[in-house]
Ligand binder design. Structure first.
Ligand code: ZN
Length: 165
């Protein structure tokens, strides 16, 4: 099925480099360790998925994704001061330190960094590290195949490069 296109319920293998507008390369996947994902199941950011839809094996694309379709706009209100008494006693706080925090509403864990240790507490930036950044992907489609029943049930690919590999 070499003429299969990138579409919902397809397992897609691709290589990419990800750079920011200032040219910084933040991530890459080459032919040795390509990205394998299940299209149409929220495995990758929506803006990239839309741009890849309809491509064939061997196609390359340069895709620029605005912050709103990637990790969101930078939110100045998301820089907060956490009083020192809210931290466990056995943690030695340092500027630049990563903290594992939990969203009270969703229960989701995420990493945030201490910007500064002020008199009132630790100033922490809760924005995603890539918030406010346009993401520039240089992508090449390596393989496309139909997903198996199990993969569709699980919502992710199996086998080499996929989950449970
Ligand atoms: Zn699975």
């Amino acid at each position: 099925m070499s003429d299969m296109t990138v579409q919902d319920d397809a397992v897609v293998t691709l290589t990419y480099t990800l750079t920011l507008d200032d040219g910084t390369e933040v991530d890459a996947a080459g032919t040795e360790d390509p990205l394998v994902y299940l299209h149409g199941h929220d495995n990758i950011i929506p803006g990239l998925e839309i741009a890849l839809t309809g491509l064939k094996v061997g196609d390359s694309r340069q895709v620029s994704i605005a912050p709103a379709n990637a990790y969101g706009d930078f939110d100045p209100d998301a820089i907060v001061t956490i009083p020192y008494e809210d931290f466990p006693d056995d943690i030695e706080l340092e500027e630049g330190m990563a903290l594992e925090l939990q969203n009270e509403r969703t229960g989701e864990f995420y990493e945030a960094f201490i910007e500064e240790l002020s008199d009132e507490g630790a100033i922490v930036d809760l924005n995603h590290p890539l918030a406010g950044e346009a993401l520039n992907f240089d992508v090449t489609i390596v393989a496309i195949r139909a997903a198996t029943r199990d993969e569709l049930d699980h919502g992710h690919p199996h086998g080499p490069g996929g989950a449970h590999a």
